[in-house]
Design a protein around this ligand. Structure first.
Ligand SMILES: [Zn+2]
Length: 297
């Protein structure tokens, strides 16, 4: 399937979620204080589970704010803007962790002037496809999608950097939930910003071979000095979430092999994880991303 077709069909599916949300009026995102230390605080904004529970993290340093990820739906980016305004410090860097639209599409109107950073591959991908993706989403979803896109201007390199007196470690992670993603570690507060390598009680988005994803999760497990794990979907977590996600991926493999239809697969996943949010994510990846010969009929 071409990217364009993928996007359009994806939109059609997502529309139901949006219309339901509209008719009930959108629920607000939740804000968690994930880290509180002398020199650094991290606030995590999480969209409601029915809107995919995307996270944005606001890292508050002595004189400035750093934001990680910009939401899918514009109202949550506006809520994020209210949060950063309330802290009364400038946003000096706005990071995009990877090139999936649920992380870069939402914030263009709310943060038109921030300096956007991403890995070179992510920057190039958004430069190339971002405007088209935005246009398609606008046509389908209307006002819940931002009107403008803020494209990354800065390529973040891997390595250590001291920002406002705090050491950050930037790393490139390959072949996890996306082909390329940015990981940000802050050793001083034992915090690992993993984004979509980690989901917390939200159905993981499955699109292909899961071995690389498992490898990325085990790598975090081995870095056991990190006690706070910040997911791309769902609330801030501790290291036990890594095992939970690894078990979820094993369950997915097992269930995919044992299921004869998409319906059977989905019902088994829902039965095994009844308290997980983001059920719509299963429909989307089953319909358009996950390739499998279901042997139906
Ligand atoms: Zn995501």
């Amino acid at each position: 399937m071409t990217n364009k077709l993928k996007t359009i069909t994806l939109l059609a599916l997502g529309l139901t979620t949006m219309n339901q949300a509209k008719s009930q009026e959108l629920r607000k995102a939740a804000v968690h204080l994930a880290v509180q230390d002398q020199r650094i605080k991290i606030y995590t904004l999480v969209a409601p589970p029915e809107m995919f529970a995307n996270t944005s993290h606001v890292i508050e340093l002595a004189h400035e704010l750093i934001v990680v990820d910009g939401q899918f739906f514009a109202p949550y980016a506006q809520q994020l803007k209210m949060l950063t305004d309330s802290l009364k410090k400038p946003v000096t860097r706005f990071y995009i962790s990877h090139d999936h639209p649920d992380h870069y599409l939402g914030f263009g109107d709310a943060f038109p002037d921030v300096q956007v950073y991403a890995l070179e591959e992510t920057k190039q991908h958004i430069e190339k496809d971002g405007r088209e993706v935005l246009k398609q989403r606008q046509e389908q979803f209307g006002g819940i999608i931002a009107k403008t896109l803020n494209v990354p201007a800065h390529a973040q390199k891997e390595g250590k950097e001291v920002i406002d007196g705090v050491t950050f470690i930037f790393e490139r992670s390959l072949d996890n939930e996306d082909a390329v993603s940015l990981v940000i570690k802050i050793p001083e507060v034992k915090t690992y910003i993993a984004q979509d390598i980690v989901y917390n009680k939200i159905h993981l988005f499955i699109s292909g071979n899961l071995d690389g994803w498992r490898k990325a999760l085990r790598k975090i497990e081995h870095e056991s000095e990190y006690k706070i794990i910040l997911p791309g979907h769902g609330e801030p977590a501790g290291p036990s979430i890594l095992k939970e996600d690894l078990e979820y991926l094993d369950f997915v493999d097992k269930t995919l092999a044992a299921s004869k239809s998409k319906e059977e697969y989905k019902s088994k996943i829902l039965a095994a994880y009844p308290d997980y949010g983001g059920e719509k994510l299963i429909d989307i990846y089953l319909a358009y991303y996950l390739k499998k010969d279901w042997k139906e009929k």
